[in-house]
Write a protein that binds this ligand. Structure first.
Ligand code: AMP
Ligand code: GLY
Length: 443
């Protein structure tokens, strides 16, 4: 993070750790749930206590988290003797929150602004991968609309078009025709539907194969690969419809064999960390590889600099060891000192979304059945876009809830998750009933 910490080990985990958790979605609810179980937790504070899941676990930190007012948050952390800041979403990381808050004594789980470029600047990430021969889709980078159109016209195969900057998971277009491709380019580069994220675009080869998300904790030098997950980004069953932030996930991934996972570590994660070190970027946080298992082996579709949502919820359900200890060890450069243990069972999460999502959606709809669903054995209902209103809970965002269950296999976890979903209701709610269904035949 800050220059003075580079390459240095932070202190060992103290007996009482005061934590500030930044972020307000289902991912952060799952992180808070595990942090709250840690024996060494002192006080847990959360920046988004409007989320009822977070409010139940942490005390509110009511200071603005925008980068331009970072002095307020620094002062608040000093006053509340925060030992560890855990940053969930990519936005604050890309804005440099980790750089602003880290000190010799106060550790931050979350990458520096320079490291967050791996997600926030896809053109830069592509060059980083090229420089270290990390397998990824062939790509060209354009900042000029006319040149990008000419390139599209010269290609025989339909490519994939990506806004280079942050676009909340929606900046990727997989067009079916040249007309659609050119229209998407116009929307991104000229109409700027993703704002400045569309100043530069990456036009890349279209890959095929099943997708998998692999997360690694990285403490600057050591990589600790977590259990793999599969995420389903399309809105509709059968992986149809528009891309979303993620409609469901499961873990582990029974169709992914150990040798492919070893290749992912050796051919993708290790060389990427080496390339970051060569760039003199210290990476302390989560390295998220979104991968496609192509006939030629695993290739990177994208890197992200944080846990995936909803994959994080599926992972937290299976984590048996102390999350706080793992987060501290990552932030302190002490990953080689800990062990991460998993539940041998599988988990499955189904996201319940608002009517209209991922487009404009209706809010304020009363939700019923939450307590009944959460009371089922080995089921957790993580809150994402909900809030308290009029004595009950209503929807307040696109992705509303993440219903998650454990089971002996992905098939049983899925079955339990759907049973819990069936107890929950709000008008027009959307969910996919096929998350993990393809695994049923495998285990
Ligand atoms: P991303 O936000 O980069 O993960 O992309 C969203 C989705 O677009 C991915 O989950 C893939 O399904 C699809 N996608 C992205 N890049 C490619 C590619 N090079 N080839 C095929 N599909 C892709
Ligand atoms: N689940 C996809 C993401 O977090 O980007």
């Amino acid at each position: 993070m800050t220059g003075n910490r580079r390459g240095r080990k932070g202190p060992p985990c103290p007996d009482k750790v005061n934590v500030l958790l930044v972020g307000g979605g289902g991912r952060e609810h799952a992180l808070a749930w595990k942090i709250a179980q840690a024996p060494r937790l002192g006080n847990l504070y959360v920046t988004h206590s409007v989320n009822p899941g977070l409010a139940a676990l942490g005390k509110p930190c009511a200071v603005p988290i925008e980068a331009r007012e970072s002095w307020r948050l620094i002062k608040w952390c000093d006053q509340h003797q925060i030992d560890l800041v855990v940053i969930g979403p990519e936005g604050p990381l890309a804005e440099g929150m980790a750089d602003a808050l880290a000190t010799e004594k106060r550790l931050v789980f979350g990458v520096s602004r320079a490291a967050a470029q791996i997600e926030a600047n896809k053109a830069w990430a592509k060059q980083l991968m090229r420089s270290s021969s990390v397998p990824t889709a062939e790509a060209r980078i354009f900042s000029n609309y006319e040149q990008a159109v000419q390139y599209l016209q010269s290609r025989e195969e339909m490519p994939v078009i990506k806004a280079s900057g942050l676009a909340a998971g929606k900046g990727v277009v997989v067009p079916e025709s040249l007309e659609e491709a050119i229209e998407a380019l116009g929307q991104i580069m000229k109409q700027r539907i993703f704002g400045s994220a569309g100043e530069t675009v990456v036009i890349e080869e279209r890959l095929s194969g099943p997708e998998v998300s692999v997360f690694a904790l990285v403490d600057g030098r050591t990589i600790y690969v977590l259990e793999p997950c599969q995420d389903h980004k399309r809105l509709l069953e059968g992986d149809e419809g528009p891309n979303t932030g993620g409609m469901g996930a499961y873990s582990p991934v029974p169709w992914l064999d150990a040798s492919t996972l070893a290749r992912i570590e050796q051919e993708i994660l290790v060389p990427t960390l080496d390339a970051l070190v060569r760039e003199e970027i210290e990476y302390r946080g989560v390295l998220y590889a979104g991968l496609m298992i192509t006939p030629a082996g695993p290739k990177v579709i994208e890197f992200n600099c944080r846990f995936g949502d909803p994959e994080c919820q599926a992972l937290m359900m299976r984590l048996r060891s102390d999350l706080l200890e793992a987060l501290w060890a990552t932030a302190a450069g002490r990953l080689d000192e800990i062990e991460v243990r998993w539940d041998g069972r599988s988990s499955c999460i189904v996201v319940i979304a608002s009517p209209g999502y991922p487009g404009p959606h209706r809010k304020g709809l009363p939700i019923t059945g939450l307590e009944e669903a959460a009371a089922l054995e080995d089921v957790m209902v993580f809150h994402a876009g909900t809030k308290r209103e009029g004595g009950g809970i209503v929807n307040s965002g696109g992705r509303v809830l993440g219903v998650t269950a454990l089971g002996a296999t992905v098939a049983t976890a899925r079955h339990r998750t759907l049973q819990a979903c069936d107890l929950i209701h709000f008008e027009g709610m959307q969910l996919r009933r096929d998350i993990g269904a393809a695994c049923a035949a495998l285990r």
